[in-house]
Design a protein around this ligand. Structure first.
Ligand code: BDR
Ligand code: CA
Length: 311
């Protein structure tokens, strides 16, 4: 089993990612969830994390993280995730309480406890991970890997150049990318291949279980959003693809490249600059997901639905 911390800003696709992670308890040991401001503010993302975990009857240490990016003011994404962060989904308020420590202290605590085995799955802006590295510089040796949803070689979704999670806190992303910790970047190049069409949504949610109703609402909402803004006939659950890549790394096609984060460009800040042509001669610091096997991703979601039927 891989011990993991999920750093997240739920977020409708974060919600699906959390459901997916807890459905694979033979492979992932979710030690904790750290929350970050991103899609909505950090009080909301923390509330959502507690309610999502409570909804599926699980438990984890859930620690609150930074209320804003390192240097910039917070940019949220209510247009995609709604005012509460969970679109039209309304969950019962769970009785779970958040952990008394801050996100970076929980990451530090678990990294020390697992002595080099802990992995992080980062599904929001990278502020908490950057703060961990600033506060505990030696901890990088004890984090086995960071798999993050963010960035892209070719696409942008908040500007033509930048993906949301990197754009919100490029300074934090830069610290993480330069840290020397092994990184797998599951960016838009891959997630935009994991399309969930109407038919897939119907198939996935046709049998009742504890998450089927919520999943259906989330996928339909995102399908409608994608149709409206991109003319796309499919839902995209970015963050779930990153979790899938940790559960089964062979689901993504990937290659090592040198990647830098643009922090200054007027049109381009927040872009992950991937040296695809090996122009810089810098050593690769990131394993970049270039594609994903869509059908195997859907199979994984189907398996998740079966697991929750048994609950
Ligand atoms: C990323 O941005 C957020 O809005 C999503 O939750 C995902 O993590 C996609 O660009
Ligand atoms: Ca997210």
């Amino acid at each position: 089993k891989t011990p993991v911390i999920i750093d997240t800003d739920p977020g409708i696709d974060d919600a699906v990612a959390i459901f997916l992670a807890f459905s694979q308890e033979k492979i992932l040991d979710v030690r904790g969830i750290t929350t970050i401001a991103g899609n909505v503010n950090v009080d909301r993302t923390t509330r959502n994390a507690l309610d999502l975990v409570g909804h599926i009857g699980k438990n984890a240490k859930i620690a609150k993280g930074a209320p804003k990016p390192l240097l910039r003011s917070l940019k949220t994404a209510e247009e995609v995730h709604g005012k509460t962060g969970l679109g039209p989904v309304v969950l019962k308020e769970s009785k779970l309480k958040f952990y008394e420590k801050k996100a970076w202290d929980l990451i530090h605590e678990e990294a020390e406890a697992w002595d080099g085995e802990l992995e992080i799955i980062a599904l929001g802006p990278l502020t908490n991970i950057a703060i961990t590295l600033i506060k505990y510089p030696d901890i990088k040796k004890k984090i086995k890997k960071v798999t993050l949803m963010g960035g892209a070689c070719f696409l942008g979704n908040v500007t033509p150049s930048a993906e949301f999670n990197i754009y919100v806190d490029p300074e934090a992303a830069d610290i993480v990318f330069q840290s020397g910790i092994p990184i797998t970047m599951v960016g838009l190049d891959a997630t935009h291949q994991a399309l969930l069409y109407e038919e897939d949504i119907e198939n996935l949610t046709s049998r009742k279980n504890v998450i089927s109703e919520t999943l259906k609402i989330i996928l339909k909402e995102n399908l409608a959003f994608q149709k409206k803004v991109a003319g796309l006939e499919a839902a995209i659950m970015h963050d779930a693809v990153a979790v899938a890549a940790v559960i089964d790394p062979t689901i993504i096609q990937k290659k090592h490249y040198y990647v830098a984060v643009e922090k200054e460009g007027f049109f381009t800040y927040g872009k992950t600059v991937v040296d695809l042509n090996k122009v810089t001669k810098n050593s690769p610091n990131v394993e970049v997901a270039l594609g994903v096997d869509r059908l195997r991703f859907i199979d994984m979601l189907k398996e998740m639905m079966k697991t929750y039927e048994l609950l």
